[in-house]
Ligand binder design. Structure first.
Ligand code: SAM
Length: 215
């Protein structure tokens, strides 16, 4: 998702207490607990878009910390506007960053879980390594994820989902759960939190696929 450039977006993001400044992110590596002021487990959504999923998740789980990651300022600003309506939340921060840099920003085993929702499909073969469930990204997640940590991935894009399954198996990850129709799956649909894209594709009648990976 790339929204039209919003004048002043970067300045508004820079002034927000809910976004960690880009120049400070790397010095927080291994110390995110201190940033939140507790030792609660830390979860990331990589490519959060407009932030509905992670804001709702953080709201329902105050005993966990959450960081939403998004590379575009114009998109992150939309998430921030939602976040500002929830000033009571103490457990949710945002980073404007490129996900390739995750191992520079989070320490080994510092992250308890990672959510990937409706990641950009990058349909051309030569762009496969840009896909967030690619083996190249799985390698980055492996560096920061706790031993028992899991990756949860949702998409309506079947070729991307099949790619994710193949990449996970090739990289030695275990498929803990998998469904090709999340909203008709009595177990995996329980407690499901919708994303902006999920709502849109569900309305069109597209089945939503979900998998959960562990090592
Ligand atoms: N997760 C949201 C949802 O389900 O509604 C947004 C989905 S949107 C298709 C994918 C988002 O991931 C976009 O906002 C895009 O800018 C972001 N994104 C894609 N690749 C990224 C990367 N390498 N680093 C950070 N953000 C990325």
């Amino acid at each position: 998702m790339r929204l039209r450039n919003i004048p002043g977006a970067r300045e508004r993001i820079a002034a927000s207490p809910f976004v960690v400044p880009e120049e400070e992110m790397k010095e927080k590596r291994g110390k995110w607990g201190a940033v939140f002021g507790n030792r609660n487990p830390l979860y990331l959504e990589v490519g959060m878009g407009k932030g509905r999923f992670i804001t709702d998740l953080a709201s329902g789980n105050p005993e966990k910390n959450y960081i939403g990651i998004e590379k575009y300022s114009s998109v992150l600003l939309r998430a921030l506007e939602k976040r500002e309506e929830r000033e009571d939340l103490r457990n949710l921060l945002f980073l404007r960053m490129e996900a390739e840099e995750l191992p520079l920003v989070f320490g080994e085993e510092e992250v308890a879980g990672i959510y990937l929702n409706f990641s950009d499909p990058w349909p051309k073969d030569r762009h496969a390594k840009r896909r967030l469930p690619s083996r190249q990204f799985l390698e980055r997640y492996d560096q920061i994820l706790a031993r028992e940590g899991k990756i949860e991935f949702k998409t309506d894009n079947r070729p991307l989902f099949d790619f994710a399954l193949e990449e996970a198996k090739a990289a030695g990850w275990k498929v803990e759960a998998c469904t090709f129709d999340l909203h008709r799956d009595p177990v995996l649909s329980r407690g499901n939190i919708m994303t902006e894209y999920e709502e849109r594709f569900l309305e069109k009648g597209n089945p939503i696929c979900k998998l959960i990976l562990s090592r």
